[in-house]
Design a protein around this ligand. Structure first.
Ligand code: C2O
Length: 541
């Protein structure tokens, strides 16, 4: 591989959408941010210089960071934030991965404007496991807030209430014609008849899983989260926040005299406080006159069965060129409840949660408090005292039984507790969605690893029977999975990457409320199994 250098200047830029202009934190003045391209085996060196008043850090979402945990990026987990006028160089090698990922800010809600594609091409002279497309197109799904997102979240956290929702969804930063004052901000894709296009779709929205469809066209799914999938045809995609999906789009053989809307709108089964609007883009054929415009029909917002039917079709490619490495047994088994709850309202505050409590979210009834220094440094330099404890419970504090009605005890504890596992442990985690406040889904993202989704179901996970049906042959491999509302998913992975690894809901609102935990994976015995010391420019808190 080669070394590729990028420079990210974090700077304030005025951006206008929906007739609202605001000053936003951006990378190099771009919204969405610049595209980073590399090949498998390359080294990326990204110099980030912070010119704004906010602290920041950048995360390379889905990159394994083998023995380079110092470059992972989540603030207060692997590094202290990059402060105003400071610089940090993210330096890492892309090993054994190729496909569509993205990078984003990993502090507060800054990723609303600080995000961009991270495209990893196969090594030179290595082909895709499908016919070479005529063209590759990246479409990032995101959100637009008229208000300043940092103000939105800090206000919500101070009042213990729910934050305002965004005004629009976007394709590559553009809300499209279904919003007021947005006609000129429409994403357009021009295609040639008969050609095949590789669409690289990235859900960078802050707080929503999204449906995506293009009128009168079908897709062949070929990759998710930068791992190849068994191809299948569909006219609808479901992409949770933090997931990516590559599809082949075959243009019609003869240019029709029509254009075709591409639409995305959220999937959720929540309480109605979400933004239920639709972003539109246009697919056009070169040389056609576009006399009519067709629109696809998207499923209703609470179409949980549609989502389950889609996710169950996802399988790893699992062939001789791209074999799977699913742990056939698990050394360590965990059961995590993931969901919303509430915590006591701090003194001198009036909270907007149920019965005057504060809105919270938790894993195993522990709402994770971020430390004021970085966990990875505390771990590496053996200074965990007062920063974290290593007693994250393997089972929830309040035993969970889903009966359709909320449990009486929804109060959660605050803490900074981690799980410690020896190098190369095979780990199984069953994640159960609790559905305490309405039905909500949770896209759980794991840093530092890909995992296999070996099972999923509705209702309570049954430890005696459900494992009999686990797919240990060709389960889909990914870095983010939607835990269904009032349902469960089971994942397995090899803990073969030493360091401290964040795991959290990829909805920023739930992340801010504490739906997060972290793993410590200890060093192995060989030099190649140890975490090296930090780079000298690692920011200080
Ligand atoms: Cu894409 Cu920890 O996040």
């Amino acid at each position: 591989g080669i070394t590729r250098h990028y420079k990210f200047n974090i700077e304030l830029t005025n951006v206008t959408r929906l007739c609202h202009t605001k000053s936003m934190v951006t990378v190099n003045g771009k919204f969405p941010g610049p595209r980073v391209v590399a090949r498998e085996g390359d080294r990326l060196v990204v110099k980030v210089v912070n010119h704004v008043p906010n602290n920041i850090s950048i995360h390379w979402h889905g990159i394994r960071q083998l023995q380079s945990g110092w470059a992972d990026g989540p603030a207060y987990i692997t590094q202290c934030p990059i402060q105003t006028n400071q610089t940090y160089v993210y330096n890492f090698t892309i090993t054994g991965q190729r496909g569509t990922l993205f990078w984003h800010a990993h502090l507060s809600w800054l990723r609303a404007s600080v995000y961009g594609p991270l495209i990893i091409l196969p090594k030179r002279n290595v082909s895709y496991p499908f016919a070479k497309p005529h063209k590759e197109v990246t479409i990032m799904l995101g959100e637009w807030f008229n208000a300043d997102t940092e103000a939105v979240i800090s206000q919500a956290l101070q009042t213990g209430g729910g934050p305002n929702v965004s005004e629009a969804y976007t394709f590559n930063g553009l809300p499209g014609p279904l919003y007021n004052c947005s006609e000129n901000n429409t994403y357009k894709l021009k295609v040639k008849p008969g050609k095949t296009y590789l669409l690289r779709l990235i859900n960078a929205a802050l707080n929503d899983d999204l449906f995506f469809s293009i009128a009168n066209h079908t897709f062949t799914v070929v990759e998710v989260d930068a791992t190849y999938a068994k191809p299948f045809e569909t006219n609808l995609l479901v992409i949770t926040a933090g997931q990516t999906t590559n599809v082949l789009l075959k243009a019609k053989p003869i240019a029709p005299n029509a254009s075709f809307y591409m639409l995305a709108r959220p999937y959720f089964t929540g309480q109605g406080t979400f933004d239920n609007t639709t972003v539109a883009g246009i697919l056009e054929y070169e040389t056609s006159s576009n006399s009519t415009a067709f629109k696809p029909t998207l499923p209703p917002i609470n179409a949980t069965n549609v989502v389950a039917n889609f996710t169950r079709r996802l399988r790893s490619l699992a062939n001789s060129r791209f074999p799977v490495n699913v742990p056939q047994t698990a050394d360590k088994k965990f059961f995590f409840t993931v969901g919303l709850g509430n915590s006591p309202c701090p003194k001198n505050q009036t909270c907007q949660g149920p019965n005057g409590t504060k809105f919270s979210a938790s894993v195993n009834n522990i709402s994770m408090a971020l430390p004021s220094s970085a966990l990875l440094q505390s771990y590496f330099f053996k200074k965990s005292n007062g920063v974290y404890t290593s007693d994250f419970p393997s089972f929830p504090l309040h035993p969970f039984n889903y009966t359709g009605t909320p449990p009486n005890n929804t109060l959660v504890a605050n803490g900074t507790k981690l799980v410690v596992v020896p190098f190369n442990t095979s780990v199984e985690v069953v994640m159960q969605g609790t559905r305490i406040f309405g039905a909500e889904s949770h896209p759980l993202h794991l840093h530092g690893f890909n995992f296999y989704v070996v099972g999923e179901g509705f209702g309570n996970f049954d430890p005696n029977n459900d494992p009999k049906n686990f797919n240990l042959v060709d389960p889909v491999e990914r870095n983010t999975v939607g835990v269904p509302t009032a349902g469960w998913v089971a994942i397995r992975f090899h803990a073969d990457n030493p360091g401290v690894w964040f795991m959290h809901c990829h909805f920023d609102v739930h992340l801010s409320w504490g739906l997060r935990m972290a793993w410590i994976v200890l060093d192995g015995t060989l030099p190649s199994q140890k975490l090296p010391p930090p780079p000298s420019d690692l920011p200080k808190c």
